[in-house]
Design a protein around this ligand. Structure first.
Ligand SMILES: [Zn+2]
Length: 501
């Protein structure tokens, strides 16, 4: 008897995507899509970079993809011992960063973000949530309350509504090969045909492909590395990985001078004189934190900061589409359009003293409403107080416990990396606790003669910070590519003392 393939126990949800292809050139002309597909495409912009690094490292129909230095940064965080971070929650926050827009895409049928949605927790000790003041609320499970017990009593906020995606229910769209999303009107499609210079209309064929989550992951990968993701996807072409687009100095000069004020981080880089490559830097926890924070930045917010010049596949095109879609007919509201074009970090996911111009969404003030029905207490989370019915009904204003804080502080405003300490950061943003022995071994492995090394002191402000962020997306020499133009030479007189670290 022939063995039959076991049916998958999970019902795979599929969305049909109609694609117009040019058979003579093996190219996609455009695709026609409705809400299900466009919502998930737009959700890419709301994903934090750490989530993207995690998703593209998975198998799908195409092999795992590495993104510049972002993937090695992500891996170094997953290899980092928890003792180098303020709390065990910190590591979880960096490896599974939340999106400030999770409520928009969490229940989409093609949602690929497997991060757990935000839940709310009170202390397991009932008395803690009935104190007149100073009661804590946590948005991560199993943090420590100020009383020392675990915060693991789940409470649901009232009126916690999930939004239905980003675009209007009945709207339909044209998706270009480069993932530009355009309104589905005849003149747009005719313009595209003209622009592509299609001569042989007989070679144009219609094709329908089923899109499940697996194919969405394919498209996420391709959107990061290819200039023609739909063609590569349909014709299973190997994407041509475009060369790194070097930092264009004039791009930074366009910024106002005032943007260079503000906090700066000092790092010491060990540079090869012969090729100006940064071997590694020694830096304090603030620089490690700055790099860790990349994982929590939403892609759309990053593209906004880089003014649409990310050089990352064709994702700039998808981002630019938002500005051209009208909230009257296509996007669900003007507010949503603005949020999606420049999403902020999720609550508690920014670091204090962040040098990049990115904000964080804040939580409303929550109250714990306690009711006693004569037998037991019931707790409810609400954004308003209610009139107590009995003497023992209470409304307690809750303080939010920071996931990055150690025991029981509700706001201490630290970052992720525990200090004071020194970290070693390689050119591809592998962050490890500094050890002189591993630094020397690293130099040995790289076979760089000591006479070819010099130390440079680099002061990282917003311009340099943006340059590192931009380079991290596409280059495995992120520090060298970003900082070469900014470094101040501080040649060492005697390199036999590697005490500079
Ligand atoms: Zn407690």
């Amino acid at each position: 008897m022939a063995a039959t393939k076991a049916p998958s126990n999970e019902q795979v949800y599929k969305v049909p995507l109609k694609v117009l292809v040019d058979r003579s050139e093996n190219k996609v002309v455009f695709a026609e899509a409705s809400k299900d597909f466009v919502d998930v495409l737009l959700s890419f912009l709301a994903l934090p970079l750490g989530t993207i690094a995690r998703l593209v490292a998975k198998e799908s129909n195409i092999p795992p993809v590495k993104l510049g230095s972002l993937s090695s940064l992500y891996e170094s965080v997953s290899n980092l011992e928890e003792e180098h971070l303020w709390t065990p929650t910190c590591k979880e926050m960096l490896l599974h960063p939340r999106s400030s827009m999770e409520s928009y895409y969490q229940h989409l049928k093609l949602n690929i973000d497997d991060t757990d949605p935000t839940n709310y927790f009170l202390c397991e000790n009932l008395d803690c949530s009935r104190k007149p003041s100073g009661s804590l609320l946590s948005i991560f499970n199993n943090q420590r309350c100020s009383c020392g017990k675990l915060m693991n009593r789940i409470v649901s906020p009232e009126n916690n509504t999930l939004e239905n995606g980003f675009v209007k229910e009945t709207a339909t769209f044209i998706i270009c090969d480069d993932l530009s999303v355009l309104p589905n009107i005849l003149v747009t499609s005719l313009n595209l045909l003209q622009k592509l210079g299609i001569k042989d209309m007989d070679a144009i064929e219609e094709q329908t492909v089923d899109i499940s989550k697996r194919e969405v992951v394919d498209l996420l990968k391709l959107s990061m590395i290819s200039k023609s993701p739909l063609t590569d996807f349909i014709f299973e072409k190997k994407p041509r990985v475009d060369d790194f687009n070097p930092i264009n100095e004039s791009w930074f000069e366009r910024g106002e001078e005032s943007s260079d004020e503000g906090r700066r981080i000092v790092v010491r880089a060990l540079v090869r004189k012969s090729n100006k490559k940064i071997m590694f830097t020694g830096a304090e926890e603030d620089f490690a934190d700055f790099l860790f924070s990349f994982l929590t930045l939403p892609l759309g917010g990053v593209l906004h900061m880089l003014e649409g010049n990310s050089s990352l596949g064709c994702i700039d095109k998808l981002h630019k589409s938002i500005s051209e879609l009208s909230p009257d007919r296509y996007l669900r509201s003007q507010r949503l359009k603005e949020e999606l074009a420049n999403p902020k970090c999720a609550t508690q996911f920014t670091i204090s003293g962040q040098i990049l111009p990115i904000g964080e969404v804040s939580l409303p003030v929550y109250y714990c409403n306690t009711f006693f029905d004569g037998v037991r207490h019931t707790f409810a989370l609400s954004t308003s107080t209610r009139t107590p019915y009995y003497d023992y009904d209470k409304n307690v204003r809750l303080e939010i416990l920071d996931g990055k804080s150690s025991i029981g502080d509700f706001w201490i405003g630290k970052g992720f990396a525990k200090g004071p300490s020194t970290f070693m950061v390689t050119d591809d943003l592998v962050v490890t606790p500094m050890s002189s022995i591993s630094a020397v071994s690293y130099l040995n492995r790289s076979q760089v003669p000591l006479s070819d090394l010099e130390e440079r002191v680099i002061s990282v402000g917003v311009k340099e910070g943006l340059a590192i962020l931009k380079a991290s997306l596409t280059s495995t020499s992120a520090l060298s590519n970003a900082l070469q133009q900014f470094t101040k030479i501080n040649e060492l007189e005697n390199l036999s003392t590697i005490s500079i670290l």
